[in-house]
Ligand binder design. Sequence first.
Ligand code: FNR
Length: 188
Amino acid sequence: STYQVGYFVGSLSSTSINRVLAQALINLAPADLEFTEIPIGTLPLYSPDFDADYPPEARALKDAIAASDAVLFITPEYNRSIPGALKNAIDWASRPWGQNSFDHVPAGVIGASVGQIGTAVAQQSLRGVLSFCNARQMTAPEAYIHFDPDAYVDGQVTDEGTADFLRGYISEFRDHVERVLTVLPRNA
Ligand code: FNR
């Protein structure tokens, strides 16, 4: 059997290094993980006024999470937190009250930055949000990626050490998803 992984890229940039990282991870992932991007760029800004009648983009977001066995966040750091677009998507998915899409969902967090600390502060912020949303996060290994553009060519990682690290991360994520789903089956 395979595990469906819905992934979020926290950046709306057309040249996002986090999207490059996402593609590299997908190419290094175990064969039984299948990846689908969950888009966040066309969502309106969340307001409780929508709770009675979600717009199509927000319904699609919640449906995509429901169809996923696990979620993976690949995000930049913006001003030592996560980008507003990603927080907005999480807020949409967490509502209406009582219909939190992340409840008990296996989740992973990773991100790339041109800066030296590799999105560490953003990831701590994201983990707090996902913790409140009751997602089942993989807490180790952590992955703070200092992005070297020369190490990525056409979705492949040319630097062997980086490739080994990312392969290990996504392999551990697969095992985490399997462990969580053993006690908390989804889409059964
Ligand atoms: C940044 N950047 C950044 N980098 C970082 O390491 N820590 C930070 O707090 C910030 N803050 C920040 C705020 C804003 C508004 C922008 C636009 C950028 C730099 C950031 O890491 C860089 O732009 C990456 O390329 C963003 O990732 P994507 O969009 O390329 O995936």
